[in-house]
Structure formats: structure tokens, C-alpha cells
Design a binder for this molecule. Sequence first.
Ligand code: ADP
Length: 178
Amino acid sequence: MVVNINQSTLSLEQGDITQQDTEAIVNAANKSLKGGGGVDGAIHRAGGPQILKECIQIGGCETGEAVITGGGNLKAQYVIHTVGPVYRDGLHREPELLENAYRNSLNLASSKRIKSIAFPSISTGAYRYPLEGASEIALKTSINYLKAHSDIEMIRFILFGQSALKVYSDTLNQLTQP
Ligand code: ADP
């Protein structure tokens, strides 16, 4: 599914984030930046040891913040590492922190003159953020960013599996219906 926002595109696809040819891909990292399971593990396996080396030099990342490294052996030139919130009950600033993770990743991309970026569904794996709520925050934040910033030309969401793609598609339909 693809929608146009001003001169830019926002698309949803099923796939593997490590295979994307966007200038940057986003990692759903943890605060230590020392690697982990899920997307984080997949990115470090596919990208090779250089990414972890740069992460260790950076030292860590707070929840909702974002940092950037090179892409190692990946097709993407950069990896933006952001840390989403661990979901407890929705009453511990989880929505705000998830929005910050997306917005700070996009701000960092803009500051590096990156024009195309691919996101996974941050916080919805090991961090257990419910997919419906997370998709709404991910897509609203991206749409609002593209409305306000014309420098980013493409945001791609790479969903792992048919059911995640369906939830994101339903949410995007709701948000973009006239
Ligand atoms: P978090 O700790 O932020 O929850 P996870 O990596 O556990 O991060 O999961 C985030 C989302 O990424 C989940 O929906 C998971 O299914 C998905 N995912 C796992 N591996 C990949 C991959 N290679 N490409 C894209 N998405 C992936």
C-alpha cells in the first residue's frame, strides 16, 4: 500500500528490514546498543561487526532517542538505532515515548540529508506494544513529519508477516480516509 503526502511517499510492505535499499534503515535497538534479538539481531547479523563497533563507541541510547551508524555490509548506507518503550499498561508514557522514537529517527535522518528510510514496527516484538496502538502512532507521526518536512522523500514500513501488514494497512486506511 502506498500513499502520497505532498511530494513524498509513505508505503507499507511485508518483508525483511535487512534487505532494504533505502539510504537508511531503522533498528529497534535496546538502551545498551549492544545488540539483541528480533530486528536488532537480524541487522547486526546481516550488517557485520562494524555496526556493533560503532554502537559500542556511542555507548548507549535513552528510550525515545535515536543515534546513527554506518550500514556495514547492508545495502543501506546508514542504520538509525532507536529505542522504543517496553509496554507495561499504556500508563507509563509508552505512547509519547514511541512517538519520540519515530520523530527523533526522522529528525536525525533529515540532519544527515537522508531522503529514504525504512522502519520496522518498533516496540511490537519483545517490547510487547499492542500492534493496533503502535501502528497508529507510527503512521500518524510519519504522516505529520512528511507534511511538515519535504526533505524526506520516502518512508517505508517493513512489516514482518501478513498479519502485521494487515493491521498497518487498516490503520493507514483509517488515517487517510477523507
Ligand atoms: P522491540 O524490542 O522494539 O519490540 P523486536 O525486534 O522484538 O523489537 O520486534 C519489533 C518488530 O519487528 C516485531 O513486529 C517483529 O515481528 C519485527 N521483526 C523481526 N525481525 C524483523 C526483520 N528482519 N525485518 C522486519 N521486521 C522484523
